[in-house]
Write a new protein. Structure first.
Ligand code: PGI
Length: 487
């Protein structure tokens, strides 16, 4: 049973949902430039689909919120786009920065500086975001606002320049630079000042490790700047952690609301079901290393040769942990890291197949493995003892064949964890409606609601009604029995 105050919500982001109609264009982000770059399109690194043909949440938000509340959905996560609010650089505004080499220990933003920053903001965009947020509050929903979901303003990150000239040689080099940490702290302070009265909880960023690993290591995924460099990967990861810590401080200076981060977790298992050192290493590198930085204030031993460090200035910087979970990772021994991914499970399956363990697989080749969500909640509680909110969980499934079962079986694992006393405050499904799936474009469909991108029409899929029923019943009992695979 879920209590009355348990949050059943949906998650959205800025770049993937906003554009599509009049006045919704935001051409000032790295992703906007990246997905239309001729080289990227010609090589097939990106789909060639353009975000300005998207769902147009920017104009249609009232109808979307109405559909949500009609279904009984009581909470929403949205993102605000840094590039909309600050299309031009804020670097000229002086703030007090305590720095020690690459370490950004403290950023203090005075009232005077904050006023100056306002002078550079696009207040039209701010007003528009306030309208969206007001509508959410007027409809009685809980509002979580995320300050960064992958995209960066072009004046912070120019991925085409980075690719051409090298990450060290470009000043717009994104999370590679400590300057970005300082600018992000300014942006966070600005947002706290202008939106806090409407916000229920804050999130600094979505999936920092996806930004650094797909940007600099797994460069086939089509994320900017797709510039292979292990050094850049580590530097960007640490800068993202520092940026979280400094943004946390910025918000806390002006707000009493909870501030968290959203991180994508994928628990590791060995194919033979036994635990072992390779499973522990995989879990550490994948799930714990980053979060340890902003909770324990420890830059740990990610791999041989990386300097470890104590960072008191990054300690205890989470009021809650946003947990994104899609599927697991199965590993065996070997490879340079001591573990390697076994294909046929987790993220490594053939689309629309059956995994080696007999579970169904989605449109993007991800195994349906609900137990992983329970295991991740347990694992995270044991290590961090933090309140948790499931901030993303969902499946690419245009025909909605699997989504009803995916939804029921995953929420039932949350219900099980809750009944055992784990502190989980909410479940936010990814996503409310179809949207722009980054390098893969519009074809991959994660919505409870189908979107016709030509007419912008919204049609609820059966799972939207399944979710609605589940929310009204406040339990998965009576529904979970119909799931046709083992949980
Ligand atoms: O792929 C579905 C969603 C995205 O649309 C969200 O923007 C993003 O936050 N998703 C899945 C994940 N993260 C998100 C899981 C981790 C992942 C990220 C990128 C896996 C593959 C590529």
């Amino acid at each position: 049973m879920f209590g009355r105050d348990f949050l059943f919500g949906v998650s959205l982001s800025g770049f993937q949902f906003e554009m599509g109609g009049e006045g919704s264009l935001d051409p000032n982000s790295d992703w906007f430039v990246w997905v239309r770059d001729g080289v990227n399109v010609a090589s097939g690194l990106v789909s060639g689909d353009l975000p300005e043909n998207g769902a147009d949440y920017w104009n249609l938000y009232e109808k979307d919120h109405e559909m949500m509340t009609d279904l009984g959905i009581g909470a929403i996560r949205i993102g605000v786009e840094w590039s909309r609010i600050f299309p031009k650089s804020t670097k000229s505004i002086q703030v007090d920065v305590e720095k020690d080499g690459e370490i950004v220990k403290k950023v203090s933003i005075s009232q005077k500086a904050l006023k100056e920053i306002e002078g550079l903001a696009n207040m039209k965009a701010v007003e528009h975001y306030r309208k969206i947020m007001k509508d959410i509050k007027e409809k009685g929903m809980y509002l979580m606002v995320n300050l960064n979901h992958f995209s960066l303003p072009l004046w912070i990150h120019d991925p085409i320049k980075v690719r051409r000239l090298g990450v060290e040689n470009v000043k717009e080099n994104g999370w590679y630079s400590e300057d970005t940490v300082v600018e992000f702290a300014k942006f966070a302070a600005f947002c706290a000042k202008h939106f806090d009265d409407l916000v229920d909880s804050w999130v600094t960023m979505n999936e920092p490790q996806v930004v650094s690993s797909l940007g600099y290591v797994l460069v086939g995924a089509g994320f900017p700047p797709s510039y292979p460099s292990f050094e850049a990967y580590v530097k960007a990861s640490v800068n993202l952690a520092q940026a979280h810590a400094r943004a946390y401080d910025s918000i806390k200076a002006l707000s009493s609301k909870d501030v968290g981060i959203i991180y994508s977790f994928s628990p590791a298992y060995s194919a033979d079901g036994k635990s072992g050192e390779h499973v522990e290493i995989a879990n550490y590198q994948h799930n714990f290393w980053f979060v340890d930085m902003i909770t324990f204030g420890e830059i740990g031993n990610l791999f041989e040769g990386l300097a470890e460090a104590e960072r008191d200035d990054m300690k205890n910087k989470l009021d809650f942990l946003g947990v994104n979970y899609y599927t697991r990772t199965v590993v065996d021994k070997g490879g340079p890291l001591g573990w390697r991914v076994v294909e046929g499970y987790g993220y490594g399956c053939e689309p629309y197949s059956t995994s080696k363990a007999g579970y169904p697989v989605s449109q993007v080749g991800w195994e349906v493995y609900p137990r992983g969500l329970y295991d991740v909640i347990k694992m995270l509680h044991e290590r961090y003892k933090l309140d948790m909110i499931v901030t993303e969980n969902g499946i690419a499934d245009p025909k909605d064949m699997l989504r009803p079962y995916y939804l029921i079986s995953h929420v039932s694992e949350v219900e099980r964890a809750l009944s055992e006393g784990y502190p989980i405050l909410g479940y936010f499904h990814w996503s409310f409606m179809d949207n722009y799936e980054w390098a893969k474009g519009f074809d991959k469909r994660f919505g409870l609601v189908e979107v016709d991108f030509k007419t912008k029409e919204r049609r609820p899929r059966p799972s939207a009604y399944v979710y609605s029923q589940m929310i009204r019943r406040r339990t998965t009992k009576g529904m979970v029995e119909s799931v046709p695979y083992e949980i």
